[in-house]
Ligand binder design. Sequence first.
Ligand SMILES: NC(=O)c1ccc[n+]([C@@H]2O[C@H](COP(=O)([O-])OP(=O)(O)OC[C@H]3O[C@@H](n4cnc5c(N)ncnc54)[C@H](O)[C@@H]3O)[C@@H](O)[C@H]2O)c1
Length: 407
Amino acid sequence: MRPIRAVVLGAGYRGRAYAAFALEHPGELEIVGVADPEHAETIPAPRYWRDWRECLAARPEADMVFVTLPDALHYEAAMAALDAGYHLLLEKPIARTEAHCREIIASAVAKGLLVATGHVLRYTSYFAHIKAIIDSGELGEVVSIAHQESVGFFKIAHSHCRGNWSNSERSSPIILQKCSHDFDLFAWWLGRRCRRVSSFGSLRLFRPENRPAGAADRCADCPRQIERACIWSACKMYLEYGERLGYMFADTSREAMERIVNESPFGRCVYACDNNVPDHQVVNMEFEGGATVSLVMAGYTERNVRTTRISCTGGEIVGDGERLHICRFGSADADLDPSREPFALRETNPSRHGGGDFNLVRSAIRLVRSGDAAAMKTCTEAALESHLMAFAAEESRLNGGRVVELK
Ligand SMILES: NC(=O)c1ccc[n+]([C@@H]2O[C@H](COP(=O)([O-])OP(=O)(O)OC[C@H]3O[C@@H](n4cnc5c(N)ncnc54)[C@H](O)[C@@H]3O)[C@@H](O)[C@H]2O)c1
C-alpha cells in the first residue's frame, strides 16, 4: 500500500507541524511538494515552489493539499485545490467570512472531497476523554459548561498585537482565530447544535493612549528606563524571557532573534501597532435541548491553557488543561473509574497540541484512503458548525451583545 501523497501550501509553523508526520511515518504519508516564498526548504520534499498558485498550476501528482497559509489566503487556495480535485487538510479558520466558509464546505461536499479542518483539540487524548465520559452517560446529561481559553500574556502580545492575527481586516476576528477550537469542542461534546449566542468584549490595553510618555515606536530604540520597566518589551520577550519560540520561528538562534527585535514587526512597541482585535471576550451560548455554555477568552494570563467545568445532572468534570477530575455526586469514591483516574495528558509538547496534530493527519489520511464518502462528508461539515458560532459571537459583540439566532 503506497503512502498518501500531499503537497504543503505554506511551510510555516503549521505546515511544518503536519509535514513532520511524513518524516516519522513515511509509509503513511509522503510530502511530494512544498510552496512557500521563504521557508519551503524547511520541509524535505522533491519539488518546491515559491507561491501556492504555481504549485497548483503544476498539477502535482498528489491525493491531498495541506492548506497552511495565512488566513487571508485560505479561501482562494482551498477553492482552487478543490476545483483541481484534491482532498484538503485545511487550517482553521476555514475562511475569514461565513459566506466563504459555506462555499468551501459546499464545494467539497458536492465534489465528494474531504476537508479536514485543523481542529486538533478533538484529536487529543485529554479532550477525547471528556467526550467519552459524556457519551457514556455515567454522569447523566450535560446541563452547563464553563470554559476559559487563557491566551497567555506572551501570545496575546506576540500574535494578537504585533503579529499576524492582530487586525481582523487582515486576518479574522479573534474569537474565530482563538476559539473556533473551543466552539468545535462544545458542539462535539454535546452532539447538538447551538441555537443562540450573545457576546461582549473589547481591546483594553494595547491602545495608543496607554503608551508611556517618551516611549519609542520600536523597543530597541526606547529609552532604557522605559524599556526596562515594560513587561511587553520585545527585547525582553524575544531575548530574555526564554519562552519556547521554536514553534513561532524557523530560526531561533541569537542572531535571528536579534534581527526579529531590530527589524521585524515583532520589535514594535505594543502601543504603536495597527492592532484592533479584542484582548478579552465572553460568549454565552444556548444549545438545542437547553444546555448552556459560557466561554471566556482572556488575553492576560500567565499561561496559554484551557480550563473547563462541565456540570451534569449526576456529576461534574473539572479540567485544568492537563488533568481531569471526575466526580459522581454522593459517591464516596470521587473518581468514577480508578483505572482511568487521575487522567493526564500523555504528550505535553505544546507545539504538537498534545498529540492532536499527528492524530488529525492520521485521521485525515485514513479517511482519504478509505474513500468512505459518508464519513468524509460528516467530517467536512462538522467544522462549519464551530465557525458559525464564532461568526455569530462576533456579530453579537459588534452589536452590543444582541442575541444572535443561528440559522
Ligand atoms: N490549528 C491550530 O491550532 C493553529 C495554530 C496556529 C495557526 N493556525 C492557522 O494556521 C495557518 C498558518 O499559521 P502559521 O502559524 O503556520 O503561520 P506562519 O506565518 O508560520 O506560516 C504561514 C506560511 O505561509 C507562507 N506563505 C505566505 N504567502 C504564501 C503564498 N502566496 N504561497 C505560499 N506560501 C505562502 C508564509 O511564508 C509562511 O511561511 C493560519 O491560518 C492560522 O490561523 C492554526
